[in-house]
Design a protein around this ligand. Structure first.
Ligand SMILES: Nc1ccn([C@@H]2O[C@H](COP(=O)(O)O)[C@@H](O)[C@H]2O)c(=O)n1
Ligand code: CDI
Length: 171
């Protein structure tokens, strides 16, 4: 007999944007959980990895427990310079503690460079290990249009699917 309880998945979305660091204050580029040698870095309180941040934001969104700023505010000195991989792992821990399992996360970033394809698997492996669930990463240019086309910054958008650890609902 049915108990009327179900496991309903929930989707979430996250967007993150970081501007390139000023020439006077150069930073390393961290993108998709990887360091990109010789590439211009992004400005931010943490390591400014928009792929990892968008993934974490999508997880919080799917669980309905706020967003990146809710959990890792820029007023928290312990997150200064924090790696995106660390933030994503912590986000996954918080989401699981809130009673959810993670199905998957998909992220796409918009940037002319670095050329991502050759390091896609490495990035996906790093982020999937952090999340404890599959994280796929894709890249696109914007055909030279907009702030990505002008080389002003990098944006990323992510979706996530989570589901309750225990059946919920009527019954
Ligand atoms: N930084 C990037 C951007 C794109 N790619 C790959 O190039 C292909 C074509 O991209 P479009 O701009 O035409 O969407 C696509 O396969 C992207 O994965 C990349 O490797 N690095
Ligand atoms: C990650 C945090 C905290 O260190 O800082 P930033 O690196 O500036 O990144 P952002 O995507 O603007 O999210 C806000 C903060 O939670």
């Amino acid at each position: 007999m049915s108990t009327g309880k179900m496991i309903l998945p929930r989707t979430g979305i996250g967007i993150d944007v970081h501007a390139y660091a000023a020439d006077e204050e150069p930073r390393p580029l961290w993108l998709g959980g990887l360091h990109w040698d010789g590439e211009r870095g992004l400005a931010g309180h943490s390591d400014a990895d928009p792929v990892a941040h968008a993934a974490a934001d999508a997880l919080f969104s799917a669980a309905g427990i706020g967003d990146l700023g809710t959990h890792f505010g820029t007023d928290r000195p312990e997150f200064a310079g924090a790696s995106g991989v660390t933030l994503l792992a912590e986000a996954a821990r918080i989401v699981r503690a809130a009673g959810f399992e993670i199905g998957n996360v998909a992220v796409q970033f918009v940037a002319n460079r670095p050329k991502f394809g050759p390091r896609r698997q490495e990035s996906q492996d790093a982020l999937s290990a952090a999340a404890g669930a599959p994280v796929s990463v894709t890249a696109t240019t914007s055909d030279g249009l907009g702030f990505a086309g002008r080389g002003e910054g990098i944006s990323a958008v992510a979706t996530a699917l989570v589901y309750p650890s225990q059946p919920t609902g009527i019954g």
